[in-house]
Ligand binder design. Structure first.
Ligand SMILES: Cc1cc2nc3c(=O)[nH]c(=O)nc-3n(C[C@H](O)[C@H](O)[C@H](O)COP(=O)(O)OP(=O)(O)OC[C@H]3O[C@@H](n4cnc5c(N)ncnc54)[C@H](O)[C@@H]3O)c2cc1C
Length: 450
């Protein structure tokens, strides 16, 4: 009797893209019935500490593969009205050299047939994060309302502060546990069979549970929105690499405004003026940035209230961390909480979608929960291994201006190579075959120039 009435209770902590899309996958036509068959009736509670969905510090670029995932699950309406991006301009500031790259490839040989058929060609998207996250939530709520058993709820203004073994007052790291009690700063929120940490880069819960490892990087991001000097509708993102190893990412979110962020070694001083100084220094160094933007005004008193609002400067630190655990004792991490390398390649949102998909796919595959979570952990590590290695190599490469000069020189003479590199970064080419292709294109280029 007990068996038939038991409900499998899932807590998801954090309503960013990873927590929201995990919720969607649970309710989706693809996985909901399977989930029921394998784990019985289930109920999901999504806890979010903010009182509503908010715009976050983010470059707001969704990579082509992220776009394709939304197409694959028929929820691409989430992107309605957002501008498309067709490639990236890589800018080597030392040599003032611009390399135009494209996502498109006439010999598109994406291995995922489903994805290839559902999308209309590879493109990235310039998002507004508040709108994007809000639309995912609306899609989840609609899906929930359409079903006879409403098995999802979202609770805002719930800052989860503790995850405790059921009937216990302290967390014992090694204890085998099958149920967790969730506590917010308002009190106990209930018992759950599975806890999904989707609480982002700074995952305080991950830290308290040992699912977090600080890396040695002392880099920080400074973020703002800037008005362009001239309006134009060039639909390319930009990445400017500076000789000191810092970089700047630009996403043209509208004809006259860009999402602008720089990633630098953490400076000693963090006042608004210091941060503006760091931004202006970068604008001044790059001919192209100088062409696009006026220096940001330092004198706050001289700003109109509109200008002051428009140049709201935000910082993010640390921007890199590892999660050595990912899944243990029925607590599992997705999105940034499961590890974040650096925003350089603009894949955080896409990786959030991928990790949430991998988790729900693993859950519907194995009735044994521990086995399912172990499968998720392994598949996540496997999926991101080569890409993580590649991203770390980019991090190392940009610290060496001579190497950047050499690579940018090679890329500027070989369009197919630079497009292939961009397709690897945009997850349109698998990293290993993509790298082999790059090497091949390099040698072919050499023989042609001889
Ligand atoms: C400068 C910068 C630029 C970036 N640019 C890009 C880009 O252009 N493209 C891209 O794809 N990615 C980019 N990223 C990365 C991207 O922002 C993240 O990868 C993405 O937001 C991860 O989504 P998430 O759902 O895992 O976490 P988040 O979006 O951080 O969401 C976590 C949620 O959890 C909530 N939360 C946290 N703690 C608790 C708690 N204790 N209780 C309840 N709720 C809690 C938070 O309020 C938040 O809503 C950038 C990152 C930085 C720093």
């Amino acid at each position: 009797m007990e068996e038939t009435t038991k409900i499998f209770r899932v807590a998801i902590i954090g309503a960013g893209p990873s927590g929201l899309m995990a919720s969607y996958f649970f309710l989706s036509d693809e996985y909901k019935e399977l989930m029921r068959k394998v784990h019985g009736n289930f109920h999901i509670t999504l806890f979010e500490k903010s009182s509503k969905i908010k715009r976050k510090v983010c470059g707001e670029y969704l990579s082509p593969f992220g776009v394709q995932i939304l197409h694959k699950y028929h929820v691409n309406h989430i992107l309605h009205g957002f501008e498309k991006l067709f490639g990236m301009i890589l800018y080597d500031v030392k040599n003032q050299r611009a390399i135009h790259t494209h996502f498109h490839n006439n010999n598109d040989n994406n291995n995922d047939k489903e994805i290839r058929q559902s999308a209309q060609g590879p493109y990235g998207v310039s998002l507004n994060r508040e709108l994007f996250d809000q639309r995912i939530l609306e899609t989840v709520l609609k899906k929930n309302a359409e079903s006879s058993d409403e098995c999802f709820r979202i609770l805002f203004s719930k800052n989860i502060v503790k995850i405790l073994p059921k009937n216990s007052t302290e967390f014992r790291g090694n204890s085998e546990n099958h149920q967790w009690t969730i506590e917010s700063d308002e009190g106990l929120e209930g018992d759950f069979d599975l806890v999904i940490l989707a609480d982002g880069r700074n995952s305080h819960l991950g830290k308290s549970l040992g699912h977090y490892e600080q890396t040695e990087s002392h880099r920080m991001a400074i973020h703002c929105y800037l008005k362009k000097k001239q309006q134009h509708n060039v639909r390319f993102g930009e990445m400017h690499i500076f000789p000191d190893g810092s970089y700047c990412g630009i996403n043209p979110i509208s004809t006259d405004e860009v999402n602008f962020s720089i990633v630098i070694e953490q400076p000693n001083r963090h006042s608004r003026d210091d941060l503006i100084h760091q931004l202006n220094q970068r604008i001044d160094q790059s001919k192209r940035l100088k062409l696009l933007f006026d220096p940001i005004k330092l004198d706050t008193a001289a700003l109109t209230s509109e200008e002051f609002r428009d140049t709201k400067i935000k910082t993010s630190f640390p921007i890199t961390h590892k999660n050595p655990i990912i899944a243990k004792n029925r607590i599992v991490s997705v999105g940034d909480a499961s590890g974040f390398i650096d925003p350089m390649t603009g894949e955080g949102i896409t990786q959030s979608l991928i990790s949430s998909e991998l988790l729900v796919k693993s859950l519907v595959q194995f009735p044994d929960l521990d086995r399912a979570l172990d499968h998720y952990r392994k598949s996540k590590v496997r999926y991101f291994r080569t890409k993580s290695l590649l991203n770390r190599s980019f991090q190392k490469l940009i610290q060496h201006p001579q190497l950047v000069s050499m690579v940018s020189l090679i890329l500027s003479h070989n369009q197919r190579m630079s497009d292939t590199l961009m397709r690897i970064i945009g997850n349109l080419e698998k990293p290993l075959p993509g790298l082999c292709k790059l090497i091949l294109l390099f040698f072919r280029g050499l023989t042609l120039t001889k």
